[in-house]
Design a protein around this ligand. Structure first.
Ligand code: HEC
Length: 103
């Protein structure tokens, strides 16, 4: 029984984790991020992998980056600015940022 419960928990953690990752990917597509970003290659903006390398995945970086996406930012990666995305909710921003920093 113990074994059953622990494999059930592993399974639930597995599907929740994958569900969140899928939601993040859908949000990134839906919000047009891929016009300027890709996971591995620099487009107009830095690749998500490079962003994950530059910032440690912790709460304070998550908040800083979520606000940068919301308000727009420039000067960290070059001269091209990122425009603001005022209509994305904080929950959605957090989900996307956590997914990016987890790469
Ligand atoms: C119009 C092009 C464009 C779009 C659309 C765009 N970005 Fe960016 N993004 C950039 C550029 C350019 C930079 C680099 C800005 C800089 O140098 O500070 C950037 C930087 C970032 C950074 C790193 C910020 C930093 O300060 O290091 C993150 C995280 C990010 N973008 C996520 C996103 C997400 C998520 C979306 C979709 C909601 C998105 N971007 C949409 C162009 C874009």
């Amino acid at each position: 029984m113990k074994k059953f419960v622990s494999s059930l928990i592993t399974f639930l953690v597995f599907i929740t984790h994958n569900g969140l990752a899928n939601d993040a990917k859908i949000l990134i597509k839906k919000n047009g991020c891929l016009a300027c970003h890709s996971v591995k290659l620099k487009v107009l903006g830095p690749s998500f992998i490079d962003i994950a390398k530059k910032y440690e995945n912790n709460i304070s970086n998550q908040q800083i980056l979520a606000q940068k996406i919301k308000k727009g930012g420039s000067g960290n990666w070059g001269n091209i600015p990122m425009m603001s995305h005022p209509n994305i909710t904080n929950d959605e921003l957090n989900l996307m940022v956590r997914w990016i920093l987890d790469l």
